[in-house]
Design a protein around this ligand. Sequence first.
Ligand code: PMV
Length: 308
Amino acid sequence: MTKCSAPGKMILLGEHAVVFGKPALALAIDLRITSAVKQSDQYSVNGHPMKKKHHAYISASLDEAWNGPPINIETDSEIPSGSGLGSSAAVTVSCVAAMTCVKGKVDPENVARKSFEVECRVQGRASPTDTSTSTHGYGILVSPTKQEDLLWTIEKGKHVWNIHHCEVPSLGFVVGHTGIHAATGPLVAKVRKLVETDGEARKAVERIGEIVLDGMEAVGKRDKKRIGALMDEDHSLLNTLGVGHPMLEKLVVACREHSYGAKLTGAGGGGSMIALTDETDKVAKAISAAGGTPIVVEVGCEGVRIER
Ligand code: PMV
């Protein structure tokens, strides 16, 4: 049996624009998914026969990374699914790592590449942000140009994503989960349509790209005020791209009094928001009072690893 775990992630800045080749900054969080792969008499997930429709990411991981005999995949998740915290990437990365692990070793670049292909197969369109963050851990800057601390480069169609390691200082974040499940694929498709037809949306994508680079600098300086201001601006640009939701807005507004900044994270349309704060308890209470589920998270955690 091989067992691997991989972390979820939060996108600090740059979601959606990254699909168009703009930079993004994502941080691994201390919620993980563990996948154990074991020989079996049929392909199954948690003891039930595998169904492409129900186990889309696991089944696509098999197609991408496995050509051995039938296996059962046992998964265990700490990440709420459809929450924008990268549960699909973490399940994919942990599965692909367990399927490709040779002599007790995992090759992170190979895992990141294969996992990105899996997300593309399932979602139709994706950036490698989630899967590379879940694989590498810590923090990831995705950018169209190569910079210091390059880990790997992933290309698809006319897009090139350079994945860089990013040092993450200790910062206080609270996630607010709306409880509303929102699938990433349709939201990405909606933004694509809008960007094709609307000049304001195209401008928003450009500006988000700039915000990410400013944000990198602010993270390096541990300038929480600046990071917070950039998060706020990014949030309103994401609303311009049509991926907001009244419940996300309610949670973001509720957090602002005790936060440096707050924004939706991930695909939007529901899912989760994040707030940067020194007062995690107060922010968690504000999220609960507004009807969301707060999760205080640590950022900059380890990436994919073998579990004994
Ligand atoms: O829904 P999530 O948390 O997996 O985030 C999606 C992020 C997008 O930028 C919207 C899509 C992508 O593949 O980068």
